[in-house]
Design a protein around this ligand. Sequence first.
Ligand code: MN
Length: 712
Amino acid sequence: MSAEPTVEGLAEELSTYLDTTRINQVRRAYYYAEQAHEGQMRKSGDRYITHPLAVARILADLRLDHQSLMAAMLHDVIEDTGIPKDALTEQFGEDVAELVDGVSKLTQIEFRSRAEAQAENFQKMTLAMARDIRVILVKLADRLHNMRTLGPMPYEKRQRIATETLDIYAPIANRLGMHSICTELEDLGFSSLYPMRAKYISKAVNKLRGSHREIIEEIRGKLQEKLEERGLPGRILGREKHLNSIYNKMKFKHKSFHEIMDVYAFRIITDTEDDCYRILGAVHSLYKPLPGRFKDYIAMPKANGYQSLHTTLFGMHVNIEIQIRTEEMEHIANNGIAAHWMYKNEPSNVTSVNQARVDRWVKGLMEMRERADDSLEFIEHVKVDLFPDEIYVFTPKGRIMELPSGATPVDFAYAIHTDIGNAAVACRINRNLASLSQPLQSGQTVEIITAPGARPNPAWLSFVITGKARSSIRHVLKTQKRAESLELGRTLLKRSLKGFGAKLADISDAQKQAVVNHNQVNSFDDLISDIGLGNRMAYLVARQLVADADSDGLEASGDERNVDRTPVTISGTEGLLVKFASCCKPIPGDPVVGVMDSGNGMVIHSDTCSRLPDSDEGRARLTHLKWAKDITDEFSVELRVELERQRGVIAEVANAVAMADGNIERINVEDQNAKFGIVSLVVHVNGRKHLARVMRRIRNIRAVTHINRVRH
Ligand code: MN
């Protein structure tokens, strides 16, 4: 390296905002550290003191106070040279010694990964931060310089430090509003962790930048012209997308590289707040603003103090994102909490309205030690990024919802409102359609799509994790089961009554009550529900209902064979109480019968199923069914395909099913011998005709020697 940075270079920069006495204190800390680290080298071969000096330099760029800079100089002294804290207190005072001690303690905490970011360690960190927020600022600068000089470290160590940086330190920087440091940490972390991916993305970005240059320059020129025409001050910056953020958008938001890059982003920095709004008007007159995209963060600053105007224009056949802000807002947007010290050291700015707000914000953080509640609140805020046991997601309107880790969109829906959970049919995560069972992640925006009359699916119980969702689903299913059992029971009872030449409507209330009493149930509805559930036979209840009330008892006459053969119509979508047998897997078109399963309603079997009773008496209890004409549902059917083994034949089978509009639910391959194999398939079809089409397609494959439908 040519000119090694020196403390004098730093002193020169400090002279722009610190007085001589303070600069000399920083100098003294430098010489002290230089002596303490004497003889120590960095992996790069540089003298060790170059590191603390560089850390101080980073903090000087943030215009931090002299104590932070002194702590930066001394930050590795306790840890690496064995000089005790007391010695530092004596030399540099309590504040600086405390800062150095705080940074040393943070250094001892090793966060191996997000999962290992233990509560205890995290607490140590936040406590250190709460004592003096400058501790974390020095630590972030330390980490930033270490990341910049990670190269010579052994591979393992590089991986660990990069992971820790992405998982712990970048999120903290983000939380403190220190955007510049956060993005640099992220990009450095990403490049060390995934060097190849970083290289490819950066290559692609450079290539694209070349082809975009013309249009960018043209837009920039137009914007510049417009500002000049209206006499508005402002410098126009193009905004670069960062590698890590491009990668994350591709990976987590499933966006294509071009989707991400086809947005042209500019920032206009101007003098005053009023100028911001004037410039907004000017750019809106230049290109058409997109409706709903204007955001006024000047009037309504973000929680971390961020202020800016955002708008999106449509011009030159592309979308142009524009941010408009003052220099001061820009500084705060980039440096967040660290910006506080800059303004503290520049009395000319005290009039700024923003100053008061930043002060309040910092004061709030500083007071955390005294006010336990606020401290916890702050920990909660940082925890969002660091802790895996809770996630925070957003409603489309931006409301934040806290859920346990592993929560799904169904849990989210019930957390908003029971009615939304009950009527949920689909969801969008970050505007993309997603499965209702997919576990959510912090920061996602979740939108639940509901349909009137939709009902919870019993399968949801297998993946929801919140108590509220679970109990709500159970409750609805119970109610639904009751409604369905009444409906099915009534259908079965009416059919049985018909066999006796009677109608339910003609049965007197007195007769119903007599049957209710005889069966010792609470109501006639309970009786019907029992029939639907399969706990009672419709035939017996019907016989009791038609029995002559005057004759000796309800068990009276009636021919056992007097069973109505009118089939009950099945449409395939009956719900909880009608199930299709998994043994014979009947599909529309197959002759079917229903078997009442005690407590569970009706199970539909193919009428040739081997599991059906053989005896006449047993068969008499079966319900005769017929299929509705307009069935659109899909049914599972199992196929067994014998074929000659050859390359690509499984793909051919799968393709044949797809060509016949069938969906494969499962495919299994058994090798019979070297020459022949058996493929067993479960496919979804909507009936026998559809099945025939699927089978024909498969049979047409040259290698297929035999195909049949399997029923157990
Ligand atoms: Mn260090």
